[in-house]
Design a protein around this ligand. Structure first.
Ligand code: 4AD
Ligand code: MG
Length: 427
């Protein structure tokens, strides 16, 4: 019976039957070393010349990424990469791979061109496992609080986060857009379900070539009836703490292999520091940054600000003027909106954006018109404010930003299996 490599390592002795792919191979005169890989781990397997003749001949044919089945005795061996070695008795080649195009020291661009094969690398496998845990964790988090998973359409007639980043799609005889966020639909659905979340693709034609922007990314979003900004901030920090601690618990091996400091991540626990936008400006000005009220924080300013913090922080009350149409004014500080961004440390930037939602239809219409949007296409959305409107709030968390931060990645492109950016839509 086949067992996984990690089960074999746990077993540590006796006979094992394994299957997988050749991660590395080295042939000498009387031995063939095969480092076998499956989804759980790698293990060194050795075939000697005095094995069965067919086994020896087949072992000499293997190239990197060949698929095979083998069995033999597992023994402790300090020199082997994972501390054990299998002395192969039987070997069955499933497919002899052609010469694998990925060799040492390839450029990041080449690895992106050949992403369909690079996915098998140890690095990508570690990241994909962390990604799967993060998705599982967020569903668990909301499930425990009695939230419903709700899905919104990907084709939409509306912008929500501004027209500049919309992807236009030919839709039969007319044009629609790919969704930037589920938000407008979520705001309609809370009148039925009250507490909802999703995790889904979002599309933005980001023209900036940064290490933080993708054209297609996944956003975890939540929308809750009767919730205010304070409750929303708490929910956001609890969610981030939950996801990070779940990854630490399930994937510390992967995190270490990726060069992340697990002890540092263990300290990422709510509550996170809270500052207002105006306090952030003051801190930046003290650092010598020339920025005035009314300017959004750009990457450079976020990075500068985060040199003061080692955990995520919550920045509230951005200027109302530059915020999306649905963010309401803060009655206590009318030049600002009841909104927040969560910024991650170490240069990973904004991981969450959220707000209370405006209930003032006239104010929203005015803002949309000012932003050059077609106000009449939002009429269906304003119905949500016409029939039993209630205070509500929600946020969106960029999954790839969070994964890049947790895994300490240089570029957001490695946080998603097949990245889509302005310059890349293949393979
Ligand atoms: O701040 P954003 O634009 O907020 C919204 O879309 C709200 N409608 C969400 C809501 O309230 N339901 O986006 C939310 C998050 C950002 O904080 C960022 O982490 C991520 O989505 N994000 C991107 N991630 C990767 N590539 C991009 N181009 C991104 N744009 C936003
Ligand atoms: Mg934002």
């Amino acid at each position: 019976m086949f067992i996984t490599i990690s089960e074999a390592l746990k077993q540590g002795q006796g006979n094992v039957e394994l299957r997988g792919w050749v991660h590395r191979e080295r042939k000498s005169k009387n031995k063939v070393f095969i480092v076998l890989r499956d989804h759980t781990d790698i293990i060194q397997c050795v075939v000697s010349e005095d094995a069965d003749k067919q086994v020896w001949e087949d072992a000499n044919k293997v190239l990197i990424e060949s698929s095979l089945k083998l069995s033999g005795e597992i023994k402790k061996d300090e020199r082997a990469p994972t501390g054990y070695e299998v002395h192969v008795k039987n070997l069955e080649l499933v497919q002899i791979a052609e010469r694998f195009p990925i060799t040492k020291d390839q450029s990041p661009e080449f690895l992106l061109d050949i992403r369909h094969l690079w996915l098998r690398s140890q690095k990508m496998t570690h990241i994909l496992k962390v990604r799967a845990t993060a998705f599982k964790a967020l569903r668990e988090f909301f499930d425990k609080q009695g939230y419903y998973e709700f899905t919104a359409p990907m084709f939409t007639p509306n912008a929500c986060e501004g027209g500049a980043t919309l992807f236009e799609v030919k839709y039969f005889d007319t044009k629609v857009y790919l969704t930037q966020t589920w938000q407008l639909y979520a705001e309609a659905a809370i009148f039925a379900l009250e507490k909802i979340f999703t995790v889904s693709p979002c599309f933005r034609s980001e023209k900036s070539k940064t290490s933080r922007h993708l054209a297609e990314f996944w956003m975890a979003e939540v929308e809750t009836a009767w919730m205010d900004l304070e409750g929303l901030e708490k929910q956001a920090e609890d969610l981030v703490s939950y996801v990070v601690q779940k990854v630490v618990q399930d994937n510390s091996k992967e995190l270490i292999a990726l060069g992340q400091d697990v002890e540092k991540l263990k300290k990422i626990k709510a509550p996170f520091p809270r500052i207002t936008y105006e306090e952030a400006l003051k801190m930046l000005q003290e650092d010598g940054v020339k920025i005035k009220f009314g300017k959004d924080l750009r990457t450079v300013e976020e990075d500068k600000l985060m040199t003061h913090f080692s955990t995520p922080i919550i920045v509230t009350n951005y200027p109302k003027e530059i915020m999306a149409f649905y963010k309401p004014e803060d009655p206590k500080n009318p030049k600002t909106a009841l909104c927040f961004d969560m910024l991650a440390p170490e240069g990973y930037g904004e991981i969450i954006g959220g707000s209370q939602r405006s209930l003032d239809v006239e104010d929203m219409k005015k803002k949309l018109a000012k932003d050059g949007e077609k106000v009449e296409t939002y009429d269906w959305y304003f119905d949500t404010r016409r029939y039993g409107s209630v205070p509500h709030a929600g946020f969106g968390m960029g999954m790839e930003r969070v994964i890049a931060w947790i895994c300490k990645l240089d570029n957001i492109k490695d946080a998603i299996p097949f990245p889509r950016t302005m310059l890349r839509f293949k393979p």
